[in-house]
Design a protein. Structure first.
Length: 526
């Protein structure tokens, strides 16, 4: 048996020369002191491999058309065995790849590994980072849900700011005058046909240049003989890759990525928010409104990118040691801190609440009043103004709108104008207008329970029939997209349905009967 195996290996060596390739890959000499910081490139390579494998698996079930994209993603998550886990791996893997690429770049800067003779490899690495971000950007549209659609609208609007070629770029990205089928087709083609070959080519060039010039090693050279890559550094790389793999598996198992309602181009109150690694740019744009938007969208990122590309020639230090590169490292650290701060601000800067807390008052099973905490400060028994009751609101819609916007205009000296916005004001006027027609029919116990829960817990964030807030999705026609079981699960544990849900769990705030009553009522609204 041994003789047969040796004969086969000898035949394979004679035909392929695999032993020479193995020695070339595993026996690379590494400088003394090469340690865990130099495993980041392998972690990035592992993450890219996960993305390729899971991306191919997802593509087998994905339909890149506006009519079927959302349904195919939902089918992957709920109808394909292991589909939610694979989609979770791809979703979280994108974040891991971005983190690994950025941390790897930070290590290269602080170790001065971009200096002569590795300038070209530094530039190739930056191009790789851009391709990785392009993967995240193009993949974002593919689920064709609300978040993906409106974030893409923002992206195309940013592209339009490019001097001279802005409109041409926007048209190329859209595929026409509006975002639609051609937009999805082009972004999908870029994601699976254009970017993968670019990634493969840049990765091969990056590895070739790395092997040609060798690993830079520690900032301060250490005495001692070099060691081969295998088994010492290979063991570290394998350990880090295994740790990242376990982390990805846990994240994918704990929660599937969010899938919001299907894209609705007619929605006017949706607030788009990009993936976390674009939140810094998203936040930066807020500081440059109007005609200054081009500064935050293109000029600032362009200057930073140009500085990074020219870094090997900007850094004039005599050695790679930190004390000889204080200016460069200080500027890089300041820029890095700014990006982190902008990202944190973007993550914490949630859209302002679009409504106050709504309450109802009923008697004999019929709704008598529906108002917010803004109203009850003046309206009600023993208050300066009468209670807001159906059939007793005789004022016109224009009068109501003026009163809601600024009570001082209609009733001087009662209270100062509230700090609200146009969306909240319109929501309140719509609620008051409904009450002008008189009370609805008497409510049975189940429907009364639904109205109470909606008023006390839901309308603060969600709009129903024009009443309520817009922090959450409009629930007017919730039954068209969600069944009762899914709505019930969203109320009990939102993060199980949507991993990054900002909605709190109502498991301990509502009884199971209340949750089921509301879920059934919302599911029936087609």
């Amino acid at each position: 048996m041994n003789r047969l195996v040796r004969g086969m290996l000898a035949w394979l060596e004679d035909r392929t020369g695999y032993r020479g390739l193995r020695r070339h890959l595993l026996d690379e000499p590494l400088p003394p002191g090469t340690g865990w910081w130099f495993t980041l490139g392998s972690v990035l390579l592992f993450g890219l491999g996960v993305q390729v494998v899971t991306g191919i698996a997802l593509a087998l079930f994905y339909a890149p058309t506006p009519d079927h994209a959302w349904d195919s993603v939902r089918y992957i998550s709920s109808g394909v065995r292991g589909g939610a886990f694979v989609r979770g791996l791809h979703h979280w893997g994108a974040s891991v790849v971005v983190v690994a690429a950025v941390v790897h770049m930070i290590r290269v800067v602080f170790f001065g590994s971009y200096r002569k003779p590795r300038e070209l490899n530094w530039i190739v690495g930056l191009m790789l980072l851009l391709v990785i971000l392009a993967f995240g950007l193009t993949g974002y549209l593919l689920p064709w849900d609300q978040r993906a659609y409106w974030a893409t609208v923002v992206t195309i609007n940013i592209a339009r700011l490019s001097p001279g070629v802005g409109e041409a770029m926007a048209t190329l990205m859209r595929g026409g005058a509006d975002i639609g089928a051609l937009t999805l087709t082009r972004w999908y083609a870029a994601h699976v046909l254009v970017l993968p070959p670019a990634l493969a080519l840049l990765t091969i060039v990056h590895l070739y240049l790395m092997r040609r010039h060798g690993i830079s090693g520690p900032v301060r050279p250490r005495l001692g003989a070099s060691r081969p890559f295998f088994p010492y550094q290979a063991a570290r790389d394998l350990t880090m890759a295994a740790a990242v793999g376990v982390l990805l598996a846990v994240l994918a198992w704990k929660g599937a990525p969010a899938l919001e309602p299907p894209a609705d181009p007619t929605s006017s109150d949706y607030v788009p928010r990009p993936e976390w690694y674009f939140l810094g740019l998203f936040q930066l744009l807020k500081y440059f409104p109007g005609r200054w938007e081009i500064v935050g969208a293109l000029i600032v990122p362009g200057v930073v990118g140009l500085w990074l590309f020219l870094l090997p020639w900007i850094d004039r230090g005599r050695t790679r040691e930190w004390r000889g590169r204080r200016v460069v490292l200080s500027l890089f650290t300041a820029g890095l801190a700014a990006v982190v701060a902008l990202t944190i601000l973007g993550a914490s800067d949630k859209p302002a609440s679009q409504s106050s807390t709504w309450t109802i008052r009923e008697q004999g099973g019929a709704v008598l009043a529906l108002s917010s905490d803004r109203c009850v400060s003046c309206h009600g028994p023993d208050k300066v103004a009468s209670a807001i009751e159906p059939g007793r609101i005789g004022k016109s819609a224009n009068w109501l709108a003026a009163h809601v916007e600024d009570p001082e205009v209609i009733a001087p000296g009662i209270r100062e104008a509230p700090k609200t916005n146009d969306t909240e004001n319109k929501s309140m006027v719509a609620a008051l207008a409904k009450l002008r027609t008189g009370p609805p029919p008497a409510l049975d116990a189940g429907l009364r329970r639904v109205y109470t829960v909606l008023a006390q817990h839901c309308l603060e964030c969600h709009k129903i029939d024009g009443t309520g807030g817009t922090d959450g999705p409009d629930l007017t026609h919730a039954g068209e997209k969600l069944d009762a079981g899914t709505i019930e699960l969203r109320i009990i544990d939102p993060k199980q349905v949507k991993a990054d849900a900002e909605m709190p769990s109502f498991r301990d705030k509502l009884s199971l009967e209340d949750i089921r009553a509301v879920a059934g009522w919302l599911a029936g609204r087609k």
